[in-house]
Design a protein around this ligand. Sequence first.
Ligand SMILES: NC(=O)c1ccc[n+]([C@@H]2O[C@H](COP(=O)([O-])OP(=O)(O)OC[C@H]3O[C@@H](n4cnc5c(N)ncnc54)[C@H](O)[C@@H]3O)[C@@H](O)[C@H]2O)c1
Ligand SMILES: [Zn+2]
Length: 365
Amino acid sequence: MEQLIIDTSSREYPVYIGEGLLHRSAELLASVLEGKSRALIISDSNTAPLYAETVRDSLEPLLSVHIHTLQAGEHSKSLEGYDQVMTACINARLDRHSVILALGGGMVGDLAGFAAATYMRGISFVQMPTTLLAQDSSVGGKTGINHPLGKNLIGAFHQPEAVLYDTDTLASLPDKEWRSGFAEMIKHAVIKDPDLLVRLRTEVQNTEDMKKDSLKQFLKQSMTVKADIVKEDEREAGVRAFLNFGHTLGHALEKASGYKDLTHGEAVAAGMIFAMKVSNYLQYSEWDTAAETAWFKALGYPVEAPAAFEPAALVETMKSDKKARAGELTFVLAASPGKPFLANVEERDILHLLSEMKKGECRDD
Ligand SMILES: NC(=O)c1ccc[n+]([C@@H]2O[C@H](COP(=O)([O-])OP(=O)(O)OC[C@H]3O[C@@H](n4cnc5c(N)ncnc54)[C@H](O)[C@@H]3O)[C@@H](O)[C@H]2O)c1
Ligand SMILES: [Zn+2]
């Protein structure tokens, strides 16, 4: 088992990464559960049937455990989903000394975390991630739900008491979701861990390689990057913004594709290649974008996705992004691995690069 400690100004908590951990929930969460009499497992229709009983069996000798199952999919991370979870909390008679266990991917983690942040003005919660992407979402304390007018617009900072990452759960994860999570791992490596980037490039050439034994180490290194950034900047006043590398265009692509065809990580992967092109174009860097593109394609990422959309429409979306200030285009760029920075980029430069991609004239890939 790998272990790391997340240290933030509001809380210090452990992350356990390894096989068979759900069976050991009672033992690993002993200190969190001390003095607690009730727990509510929040899970979704894909993860609950596979894993919720294991957690309940482990915990039941210690406290009473309820399970609430949401319909799988991002649409549950909504006001309606939140309403449902609040009702489940009340029905399970949770009180301020109860704990919510978020058993699932980022959708469950964000919603259950937000429920924990707000139910009775805040109760404890534990993240039990079951997707590769949740290595990113399960630490850092950002919780929230979507509104019909925008993603993640309603939320709170609320750190979990522990993160219990049972890598056995990844065995049932579809390949598309593996790729989605792996993109965030590449992102962590690009912004803060050049050695990890070298290892990922040499050891992972396709989706099957993502599942090798080295995964646990990769996860630990990747989550350490997130932990370090969150420690420095819990509330995103500065360096935490670097975690948005690839996300400016990534979010626009997700929106343009109606949140259907592209997973979050696939869109971010296309966004990362684009950010490297922007960095090069503005002469901040010399990324070998041809080589990066070839690697990303081998991993199955749709790096040409931007070409399917109108450049002007993508730019408009990027300007209205929640993180954009006063309609400016802000990008996280990188001079080289481990050297990210924020830059305001001229609209015409972005339009130019997107148009080049659309015309298929980008000679470097
Ligand atoms: N809070 C943060 O800091 C943060 C960071 C990044 C992303 N997010 C959020 O995370 C969400 C995306 O997370 P996600 O990609 O994990 O999505 P998800 O939770 O919707 O999971 C993706 C799909 O995989 C299924 N699944 C989950 N675990 C499985 C398993 N072990 N076996 C089989 N199927 C499984 C789910 O049911 C779902 O269909 C978004 O809502 C995003 O906004 C939050
Ligand atoms: Zn992301």
